[in-house]
Design a binder for this molecule. Structure first.
Ligand code: NI
Length: 262
């Protein structure tokens, strides 16, 4: 079976403080052959760098999450730019808009989302976008910043199939994870059925969003086979086909060259 690529994880999270090393060491032997750990603030970008250095199969994305944009300044953007030039940094993220929590105020979130999109373009890196209850503003800013030229992924996709069409038109990928296995995920299932398999990547967003049958527990990349199986069923294809497509899509998304399979 093709290996699994977890395109969005937070192994720097304190939820792994007790056993991070054990958790991470086990992944390759269980078929999780690549992970992109996603920075969300300065501290998590730094921890992501440590993980990238320590583990061959871990790559990183550097960015400031919308909820961490309060009090942000240009110096931080300059710092981010330096980190983005590092080996194994494959994207700018996660960046975006979160109107579910709606904190800090929208103008602040929008400003730093636009600035980080511009940074990604300058560095020729794809972006990892977090967008929650903010589809219209997300699309407006992406268009204004010509994000279609930069490319990237809408992580933890949660909008309708109609909205998916608009992100597809910009050539974006869709990150799909544990939510797909939830009973009440009707809208996501419809969207996932609609989105071509060539534009879907697998992600955990761990430690959050563990799929059924482990819903509510701490998540890890080891749960991704449940998501692959749910997607295979929805698409009417084999699990192997989903794994292979998701692997290749992840490689294209993050512009990685090596296509190692197990
Ligand atoms: Ni995340």
């Amino acid at each position: 079976m093709t290996g699994i690529f977890d395109t969005h994880a937070h192994y720097d999270d304190e939820a792994y403080n007790e056993d991070r090393e054990e958790v991470l060491r086990e992944l390759p032997s269980q078929g999780i052959l690549r992970v992109v750990n996603i920075g969300a603030g300065i501290a998590s970008c730094k921890s992501t760098m440590e993980l990238m250095e320590r583990y061959d199969f871990i790559y990183g994305a550097m960015g400031i999450h919308p909820q961490e944009t309060k009090g942000l300044n240009e110096e931080v953007i300059t710092w981010l730019k330096e980190q983005c030039g590092r080996k194994k940094c494959v994207a700018v993220g996660e960046i975006g808009l979160d109107y579910y929590w709606d904190e800090p105020q929208r103008q602040v979130q929008k400003k730093w989302f636009a600035k980080q999109l511009a940074l990604a373009k300058e560095m020729s890196l794809p972006v990892v976008i977090h967008s929650r209850e903010a589809a219209e503003d997300t699309i407006d800013i992406m268009r204004a910043e010509k994000a279609g030229e930069t490319g990237g992924v809408i992580h933890c996709y949660s909008y309708s199939r109609e909205t998916a069409r608009r992100f597809l038109d910009m050539g974006f990928y869709f990150g799909i994870g544990g939510v797909l296995t939830f009973k009440n995920a009707k809208k996501l299932k419809e969207a996932a059925k609609y989105i071509p398999l060539d534009y879907i990547v697998l992600e955990t967003d761990c430690p959050y969003l563990a799929p059924e049958p482990n819903r509510g527990k701490r998540n890890s990349s080891l749960n991704l086979p449940y998501v692959a199986a749910a997607l295979a069923q929805l698409k009417g294809v084999s699990e192997e086909e989903v794994r292979r497509a998701a692997w290749e899509n992840g490689m294209r998304l993050y512009r990685m060259e090596q296509s190692a399979n197990s």
